[in-house]
Design a protein around this ligand. Structure first.
Ligand SMILES: [Zn+2]
Length: 165
């Protein structure tokens, strides 16, 4: 169910909020066909009243199904916001919308998680940066690190063959 916070309960001290928001509740639109947000957003938060604000603090996490923008390999991207915080004003022009005494926190979690989405998903940092073999004259280029898995190396040699055609 959506994440509602009863503002009045904060008068008794901080409130713990733990759970998951399903993709349906998030209504997350990724606007990027390489990123699929089809898994729940997890949260473990503390809400507390600080003056005329509610302070939300804690961690957010989500797994995304991505396709590498360069090699098209599918991989899972983990979003982890371990020190997330958000200040929700209860008064003033920016004050949050209440339904009775409850605030729907879903949009705030959704927004910051969305901002953490990869703009240009890569299966690993540096994917696709193959050393140039032609041209000569330049500095000798290092081959890819030895830690590369054999499976991926073969993908690269296939790509190299394509380049030659
Ligand atoms: Zn890749």
């Amino acid at each position: 169910m959506p994440l509602f916070l009863n503002i009045e309960t904060l008068a008794n001290g901080p409130v713990e909020l733990k759970g998951e928001l399903s993709p349906e509740e998030l209504e997350m639109e990724t606007l990027d066909e390489l990123v699929e947000a089809n898994q729940p957003l997890g949260y473990d938060l503390t809400a507390e009243r600080t003056g005329e604000n509610v302070l939300l603090r804690g961690s957010l996490w989500m797994r995304l199904q991505c396709e590498c923008a360069r090699c098209l390999r599918r991989f899972e991207h983990h979003i982890d916001l371990p020190d997330w915080s958000c200040l929700l004003p209860l008064a003033g022009a920016e004050k949050i919308e209440l339904t009775g005494v409850s605030a729907d926190l879903t949009p705030y979690l959704r927004e910051d998680t969305f901002l953490a989405f990869p703009q240009h998903p890569l299966c690993e940092p540096g994917c696709g940066k193959t050393p140039k073999r032609t041209g000569g004259g330049g500095k000798p280029l290092k081959m890819r690190e030895a830690s590369v898995e054999p499976g991926e190396a073969s993908v690269w040699s296939k790509l190299d063959n394509l380049n030659l055609e």
